[in-house]
Every structure is written in C-alpha cells, then in structure tokens.
Design a protein around this ligand. Structure first.
Ligand SMILES: Nc1ncnc2c1ncn2[C@@H]1O[C@H](COP(=O)(O)OP(=O)(O)OP(=O)(O)O)[C@@H](O)[C@H]1O
Length: 352
C-alpha cells in the first residue's frame, strides 16, 4: 500500500499543497518552521484520526478559514482508494471512497502508518500508558476482533467503577465477570503480540552498544493472580475505598528487560531513541508479515541519529515499508528511487 496523492488545505502553515508522492521514498527538506513536520502530521492524522503534536484540533486549522482538509489517494494492491478528513469549526468529517465514515478507526483500518519523530524515545522512557497505546494500535491491526474486545472491556470497566460507589454486590459480581472475560481476551492477544515483537526487536536494533544487547520485551498483564476474576474479587474492597479498579489490562506494562532487569530509565537518551526506533520498525515488520505493510514517516531523522544509525533506520524502514517519507533541514541522500520536495513557508515544490 502506498500514497499516490496528497492534498492539504489550510492545515497549520500549509495553505494549499497538492503532491503526487513517489511510491518508494519521499524526502522533504527545508528550513526550521517551513512546514515539513506538518506534511507528515497531515498523513498521520488521516491514519490515526488525531495529531501526534496536539490534542487541541483548533491549533491545526490554518489562517485562511475555519476549515482544514486533508485528502489522500491510496494504492492498495493495484486498487485505488480515497480517504478524506476535515475539521470544520468543532466538527470532524471523514470520508472513505466517497462514503461518510462515522468512526475514525474505520479510516485507520487498511491504512496503517508508523511514525518516528523526535519525541519517540518517550515510548521507552515515558509512562506505561505510552507503551499500552503503542501495543493497542499494533494489536488492532493484526487481530480483527481486538477493537470489539477493547470496547467491551472499556464499557465493563466504566460500569464496574460506577458500581463500586454503590452497595449492590450482585451487580458487582456480574460486572467482575464481564471485566474479567473481556480483560482476559485482550490480554491474550496483547501477550501474543508482545511475544512476536520480542522476537523481532533485536534484529531491528542491529546495534552493538553494550546497553542494547539482549534486550527482551515482556508483557505484564496488570494483575498477579492466576485469573483476572480472582484478582478483581480479592481487591473489591480496596477498589471500593479508592473508587476505581486497580487490577486489569488498563494497568498492563510492556516491560523492557536486560538480564531480567528493567532498563527503560537506565538507558541514555540516544539508547532510548535507538530502542524506540527498533520497537517501531519491529511493529512495521510485523504488519508487513501480516500483509499490511505500513507507510513509514520519519521526522527529522538526521537530527536524531548519527551516520551509521541513521542509515540503519532508513534501510530497515525501506525494507519493511513500501513507502517511506522522511524530513530534514538538509536533503537526505537516499540510495533508493525517490522524489525530493522542497518545503518553504508551507509551500511544497517537487525537485527531482
Ligand atoms: N494553525 C497554524 N496556522 C498557521 N501556522 C501554523 C499553525 N500551526 C503551526 N504553524 C506554523 O507552521 C510552521 C510549520 O511548522 P512545522 O513544525 O511543520 O515545521 P518544520 O519544517 O517541521 O520545522 P522544524 O525543522 O523546525 O521541525 C511553524 O512556523 C509554525 O509556527
């Protein structure tokens, strides 16, 4: 799958850009503040339904009017598809092949995008929440039933949290069973996925730094007992005092281990970046193995990695993604068929 056409209207500092990207590699270069990241952000928005830079969507709207529009043409196995996303005042509108889409996850299915950007190291150093989001997104794309289980779990958890404020034990008995059934199903799929990522991560790292050898990933489900149901029953009284559920996949962690020790906060910033890159590239490879190879977006790669590491990330990305988009202040030398775009004050100009 690759993007054949991108049109951006009134998004950040991009008034109107209309490009036909190269099917393999696209290089965007230009001064700081030119709008390079905004191009990647626009593509990411259509795939994920949200920005990676802000949760305030009004920040995304350019100065021209109260609306931004992003249109993408896609080629999937020789078939053309059209995806569109716009924000008009407080309203989102999404369309796929001319049909309105009400749930943004419908845009994502079939259009996975993996992004690496200067804050990606937070995937390693940040809170477990960041790793759960990374995990959920990956499992969503490889397990067709995952989203439905995830929704069931979120609904049951909300109901249990509300019921903890009352005294209806029988209601809580029933909700414990619902939370446990959905939570266990989620966990199984997540654990399977982490097992597959673990097998790939060393290969994606290709890094000889001592701190990065023999890195292993392990899924910690978010409870200690044999079953989630047991854990929920055991902690009901404490949960009642705290007013929320303390056990379950919403408390899960993807532990990053070396010799059985947790390393995420021990690694240097550079090592965290390399490991985050390996996690993201492993995720791309896993998707490719499932016949859903993603588009990979690499923002400001040259400022993140030195020569050999930069080349390693780029080469691995090109291996697993049919199409790669990369930005930088200087045009990056790429040994694969590619197009270079110069970005200046929000305008995109094709160079070669
Ligand atoms: N809603 C908006 N309307 C107009 N301009 C905006 C809006 N939001 C951001 N900008 C401006 O758009 C410009 C593009 O920023 P962007 O981060 O895309 O640039 P960049 O080329 O990636 O820069 P850098 O190399 O510094 O990362 C910035 O000057 C920013 O101030």
């Amino acid at each position: 799958m690759h993007i054949t056409h991108l049109r951006i209207t009134n998004f950040r500092n991009i008034a109107d850009a209309d490009i036909e990207p190269h099917p393999r590699v696209n290089v965007f270069h230009g001064a700081n503040g030119a709008g390079k990241t905004s191009v990647l952000e626009a593509v990411f928005m259509v795939s994920r339904g949200k920005s990676f830079r802000t949760v305030r969507s009004e920040e995304l709207i350019g100065p021209e009017s109260g609306v931004f529009r992003i249109f993408l043409g896609l080629d999937r196995d020789g078939e053309s598809h059209r995806l569109g996303l716009e924000r008009d005042g407080r309203q989102w509108k999404a369309r796929r092949d001319g049909q309105d889409v009400t749930v943004l996850s419908e845009l994502s299915r079939g259009f996975p995008v993996v992004l690496m950007e200067p804050n990606s190291h937070e995937l390693v150093s940040g809170s477990p929440d960041a790793r759960r989001r990374f995990l959920d997104w990956g499992v969503f794309h490889v397990e067709p039933e995952y989203l439905e289980w995830w929704r069931r779990y979120a609904r049951a958890l909300k109901q249990r949290n509300a019921a903890l404020r009352g005294n209806d034990e029988r209601l809580l008995d029933g909700l414990d069973e619902l939370v446990a059934a959905a939570g266990s199903a989620l966990s199984e799929m997540r654990a399977r996925y982490v097992g597959r990522l673990d097998a790939l991560v060393g290969d994606s790292l290709q890094d000889d730094r001592a701190a990065l050898t023999d890195i292993a990933l392990s899924y910690e489900a978010g409870w200690r007992e044999d079953s989630l149901l047991e854990a929920l029953r055991r902690t009901r009284q404490r949960d009642r005092e705290q007013g929320s559920t303390s056990q379950g996949p919403h408390r899960a962690e993807v532990a990053i281990l070396r010799d059985g020790q947790r390393v995420r906060t021990v690694l240097s910033r550079g090592e965290q970046k390399a490991l985050a890159a390996a996690l993201l590239l492993s995720q791309a490879r896993l998707l490719a193995e499932e016949g859903q190879a993603p588009v990979i977006l690499l923002d400001d790669l040259a400022s993140e990695f030195d020569g050999p590491h930069l080349e390693n990330v780029l080469e691995t990305a090109v291996r697993y993604a049919p199409q790669v988009w990369v930005t930088g202040v200087e045009p990056l030398a790429v040994a694969h068929p590619h197009t270079v775009f110069h970005v200046e004050h929000g305008a995109l100009r094709k160079m070669v």
